[in-house]
Design a protein around this ligand. Structure first.
Ligand SMILES: Cc1cc2nc3c(=O)[nH]c(=O)nc-3n(C[C@H](O)[C@H](O)[C@H](O)COP(=O)(O)OP(=O)(O)OC[C@H]3O[C@@H](n4cnc5c(N)ncnc54)[C@H](O)[C@@H]3O)c2cc1C
Length: 401
C-alpha cells in the first residue's frame, strides 16, 4: 500500500495513524478532519473544561513532536463529502480529491438536536466549539439551566452547571435515566446522584417545544408544564457521521457495518470508533475508539481479516463528585449483586461495586468510587471472555473435524 487515508482527525483517527506507523506503514499518510483543530479529547468538554478547571491546552491529544514523527499530511477544516464505489477516491468539500490504496473511516458521531429555529441559549455538546459557546453562556451570571436527556452527557453537563452555581433541571422522557446502560435496579440507585447534587430530575415526560422568540425562555413538557430556562442543553444521543458515504458501496445502518475485525465489505476500507458498527455493535465510548484502531490497521495492512476485536466494553462517567465505571455486556434479566458497599440509602461517598450475573457467570460490573475492586472485576471479566472464546473455538474446531 502506497497511500492510506484516515477520514476523521480526532481520537480514533489519531490512534489509527499511530497504529499505521507502529505497524510499519511507511507510505503516504493523509489525515482529513472537518474541524479546524488538531485532535483533542472530548470527555473533559462536559466536565473539567465546562467548569473551567481545565483549559484548551489540557485537551490536546497530540503535540508538534508527535505530529512530526507521524509524518502525515493533515487536511483540517475540510469535510470529506464522498467516496467512490471502489473506496479508492475521497472527495473533499473544497473540490479536491484524494486517491488512496487504503482507507480508515473515523468520522465519529454528531449530537442529535431538537428543532430550535436558531434560538439563542440552546446548545448541544459534542465539539470544542460547542463547549466554548456553552461556557460563554454559562459565565453570564446565574441562570436557570434545563438539560434535556438524562444520559451520561446530560448528567455530566448538569453536574458541571450545578457546580458553577446554576439552578439545574434534568428532563428525561423515560421513567428513569440510564436504564438501557445500567438496568433498572442500578439506574434507580444512580438517579439519586442528581438529587444529591442539588439538581431537579423530572422523569416520564417528554419535551414538546422550546419557548422563546430570539432567545430561549422555557421548555414545554408533554405533561403541560413549562420549565423557565435561560440556557437549554440538548443531550438526547448522537447520530453516526455516515452521510458523506451515501454514494459509496459500503453498508450503512446506524454506522458503517464491519466484521469483528473492523473491516467493511471492501477489504481495503476499515472503520473505527463511534462511527463503526463492529460485529453488530456500535460503541460510543472512549476506550473502544482507542482499542479498535490497532486491530483495524493490522487487517487493513494484511488485506483481509487476520485479527478480531472483541474486548470487554468499558466506559466511565464523572458526575457530582462520583466516578461511575462500567464494564461488560449486561442483558435484561441479569441478577445484580452489590458485593462491596451499600446502596440501601442510595449512593454514598463510599460508593459501591455491583456485579451483574447470569447462569452463575458474571456478565458485567458497575462501580461508583471503587476503582480498585472494579479494575479487578474488569480483569476477571476479560479473562472469562477469553476463556469463553477459546472454549467456543475449541468446540467449533472439534465439531468441524
Ligand atoms: C462531551 C463528551 C463527553 C464524553 N465523556 C466520555 C466519558 O466520560 N467516557 C467515555 O468512555 N466516553 C466519553 N465520551 C465519548 C468519547 O469521547 C467518544 O467515544 C470518542 O470521542 C469517539 O472518538 P471518534 O474518534 O470515534 O469520534 P469523534 O471524537 O466524534 O471524532 C470524529 C471526527 O471526525 C470528524 N468528521 C465527521 N465527519 C467528517 C467528514 N465527513 N469529513 C472529515 N471529518 C469528519 C468529526 O468532526 C470529528 O472531529 C464523551 C463524548 C463527549 C462528546
Amino acid at each position: 500500500m502506497r497511500t492510506v487515508t484516515v477520514v476523521g482527525a480526532s481520537l480514533a483517527g489519531l490512534y489509527a495513524a499511530r497504529a499505521l506507523r507502529a505497524q510499519g506503514f511507511d507510505g503516504r499518510l493523509v489525515i482529513i478532519g472537518d474541524e479546524p483543530h488538531a485532535p483533542y479529547d472530548r470527555p473533559p468538554l462536559s466536565k473539567d473544561f465546562l467548569t473551567g478547571s481545565a483549559d484548551e491546552a489540557a485537551l490536546a491529544l497530540t503535540d508538534d513532536e508527535e505530529r512530526a514523527d507521524l509524518s502525515a499530511e493533515w487536511i483540517l477544516g475540510v469535510r470529506a463529502r464522498g467516496l467512490d464505489a471502489r473506496g479508492r477516491t475521497v472527495l473533499l468539500d473544497d473540490g479536491r480529491t484524494v486517491t488512496t490504496d487504503g482507507l480508515v473511516i473515523a468520522t465519529g458521531a454528531s449530537a442529535r438536536g431538537l428543532p430550535a429555529d436558531g434560538l439563542a441559549g440552546v446548545h448541544t455538546l459534542r465539539t470544542l466549539d460547542d463547549a466554548r459557546r456553552l461556557r460563554q453562556d454559562l459565565t453570564r451570571g446565574p441562570s436557570r439551566v434545563v438539560v434535556i436527556g438524562g444520559g451520561f452527557i446530560g448528567a455530566e453537563t448538569a453536574s458541571s452547571c450545578a457546580a458553577l452555581g446554576h439552578r439545574v433541571t434534568v428532563v428525561e422522557a423515560a421513567p428513569l435515566p440510564l436504564v438501557p446502560q445500567l438496568g433498572r435496579e442500578m439506574a434507580a440507585v444512580c438517579a439519586g446522584l442528581h438529587r444529591r447534587g442539588g439538581v431537579d430530575l423530572v422523569t416520564g415526560t417528554g419535551v414538546t417545544a422550546l419557548r422563546g422568540t430570539a432567545a430561549v425562555t422555557g421548555v414545554e413538557l408533554a405533561d403541560g408544564r413549562t420549565l423557565p430556562a435561560d440556557v437549554v442543553i440538548v443531550g438526547i444521543g448522537v447520530i453516526p457521521n455516515t452521510a458523506w458515504l451515501a454514494g459509496s458501496t459500503l453498508a450503512l445502518h446506524d454506522g458503517v457495518l464491519c466484521d469483528d475485525g473492523c473491516v467493511t465489505a471492501l477489504a481495503q476500507v476499515v472503520a473505527v470508533g463511534d462511527v463503526a458498527r463492529v460485529g453488530g455493535v456500535r460503541a460510543e465510548h472512549w476506550t473502544s475508539a482507542t482499542e479498535q484502531p490497532r486491530v483495524a490497521v493490522a487487517n487493513l495492512l494484511a488485506g483481509r481479516t487476520v485479527e478480531t476485536s472483541r474486548p470487554v466494553p468499558y466506559f466511565w462517567s464523572d458526575q457530582y463528585g462520583a466516578r461511575l465505571q462500567f464494564a461488560g455486556r449486561r442483558r435484561e434479566g441479569d441478577r445484580v449483586r452489590v458485593v462491596e458497599g451499600d446502596v440501601a440509602e442510595g449512593v454514598t461517598e463510599d460508593g459501591f461495586l455491583a456485579l451483574y450475573e447470569r447462569d452463575g457467570r458474571t456478565t458485567a460490573a458497575l462501580s461508583v468510587n471503587r476503582p480498585r475492586p472494579f479494575m479487578r472485576a474488569r480483569r476477571e471479566l476479560a479473562r472469562e471472555t477469553t476463556q469463553t472464546t477459546h472454549t467456543t473455538e475449541t468446540r467449533e474446531t472439534t465439531a468441524a473435524s
